[in-house]
Design a protein around this ligand. Structure first.
Ligand code: UDP
Length: 148
């Protein structure tokens, strides 16, 4: 299995509700490695670029309004199969369809405020890491990795 990197973001609802720590904790406890993070008030242009693939959807304007309404917490995580595994830990886009134990099922009700974003493919992970962090990641060893 390949070691991958993915971009995750605690959305404004997650930040406002004090869920940054809970969410970081889940990925730390899983065994993934945090290799960059920042709290950011998102400029409109960045939100539009991030969600460019959805620009023809009827909810696009509301989505951009929401993402720019209050700070988000962006992160880059690294680990084996982290892109797919993080998506599984997040749960389905609509929290009412998300499996119990997933972040969206545990903490959210509405599709518009579903707490977390995660890259959905290696191509989008690279694009989003470049977009949000200029591709900047930290390389370091965790002694515990041999046990994970
Ligand atoms: N979204 C929405 N209404 C919809 C579908 C999606 O507000 O009917 C929002 C939702 O917050 C979602 C985001 O748009 O997380 C991006 O949609 P996507 O299909 O990429 O889902 P995700 O990858 O976030 O699960």
């Amino acid at each position: 299995m390949a070691v991958e990197q993915t971009f995750l973001m605690v959305k404004p609802d997650g930040v406002q509700r004090g869920l940054i720590g809970e969410i970081v904790s889940r990925f730390e406890q899983k065994g993934f490695k945090l290799i960059n993070a920042k709290l950011i008030q998102v400029p409109r242009e960045l939100a539009e670029s991030h969600y460019a693939e959805l620009s023809d959807k009827p909810f696009f304007g509301e989505l951009v309004d929401f993402i720019t309404s209050s700070p988000v917490f962006g992160m880059i995580w690294e680990g084996e199969n982290v892109i797919t595994t993080a998506r599984a830990m997040m749960g389905a886009t609509n929290p009412s369809a998300a499996a119990p134990g997933t972040i969206r099922n545990d903490f959210a009700i509405s599709v518009g405020m579903n707490i977390i974003h995660g890259s959905d493919s290696p191509e989008n992970a690279k694009r989003e890491i470049d977009l949000w962090f200029g591709g900047e990641t930290l390389s370091y060893d965790k002694a515990i990795n041999k046990w994970i």
